[in-house]
Design a protein around this ligand. Structure first.
Ligand code: KIV
Length: 270
């Protein structure tokens, strides 16, 4: 078999997602933490699955994402990649797992080689870490805006970039992470107008969560959009089980609403 042979079913890749941005086709994404949910999402034609460190809260019951370890993310990434054949898989680098460029690259390699992820995500404008990983051929998704791993520093989960100076900082960080080689950006809890400006200025796909409808795509924590999260759901999420009769139908409805720009509405945006 040629080293360039492709599998009979084609898993989405970064070039497909880049082409979707260029064509103006919205990218749908949800978090997943196990094979069964990943399989359902594949059937519903989700574009991107994120094995997020949100698992610390919604699966493990912690009050924040900070206790999540590399072993936890690796275990759940392996489960997701076993259940998924079509969606592009991103795995989160948890708290302190990307504290230096070398540590970030070593942990990213584990998530790719042993976990089956196609890309890793890290919170913050960690330019040196992004540049080093990209030099090692590791695909990187940056994450800006609200950074849950900085919860103790920030003291609360709050919308970021409401003040002009802060908005300019987030825009500058977005341009810098793209320049450093990130191939995707997740923007969390920023005003829709700022997210629109960033999405227009960047050439890489920008996926929003609480960032308005003008991003290139949307991501939600799956337990939130199924109405089974532990805490009061954040304003930017929507419970799709209220209008459907099965988890599969809820995921399908979410994909449809993202693709048609019906979600997020103004009431889910800042
Ligand atoms: O961990 C996670 O689920 C995330 C999303 C909220 C973007 O980072």
């Amino acid at each position: 078999m040629s080293q360039y042979a492709t599998h009979s079913v084609k898993q989405k890749n970064i070039a497909d997602l880049q082409a979707m941005k260029q064509a103006g086709e919205k990218i749908s994404s949800l978090t997943a933490y196990d094979a069964s949910f990943a399989g359902l999402m594949d059937r519903a034609a989700i574009d991107v699955i994120l094995v997020g460190d949100s698992l610390g809260m919604v699966v493990q019951g912690h009050a924040s994402t900070l206790p999540v370890s590399m072993q936890d993310i690796l275990y759940h990434t392996q489960a997701v990649s076993r259940g998924c054949q079509l969606a592009f898989i991103i795995a989160d680098l948890p708290f302190m797992s990307h504290a230096t460029p070398l540590l970030a690259a070593e942990n990213a390699a584990l998530l790719i080689q042993q976990g089956g992820a196609q890309m890793v995500k890290l919170e913050g404008a960690c330019l040196a870490e992004i540049e080093f990983m990209v030099q090692q051929s590791i695909p990187v998704c940056a994450h800006l805006g609200l950074l849950p791993q900085s919860f103790y520093q920030q003291g609360k989960y709050a919308v970021q970039g409401k003040e002009e100076k802060e908005a300019q900082r987030i825009l500058a960080e977005a341009l810098a992470v793209e320049q450093a080689g990130a191939q995707m950006l997740i923007l969390e809890c920023v005003p829709a107008s700022l997210a629109k400006q960033i999405t227009q200025q960047l050439t890489i796909p920008v996926i929003g969560i609480g960032a308005g409808v003008d991003c290139d795509g949307q991501v939600l924590v799956v337990y939130d959009m199924l109405g089974i999260g532990l805490a009061t759901p954040p304003r930017f999420t929507k419970d799709y089980m209220q209008q459907t009769e099965s988890i599969f139908a809820a995921i399908q409805a979410y994909v449809d609403e993202v693709k048609s720009s019906c979600f997020p509405s103004l009431s889910h945006s800042f």
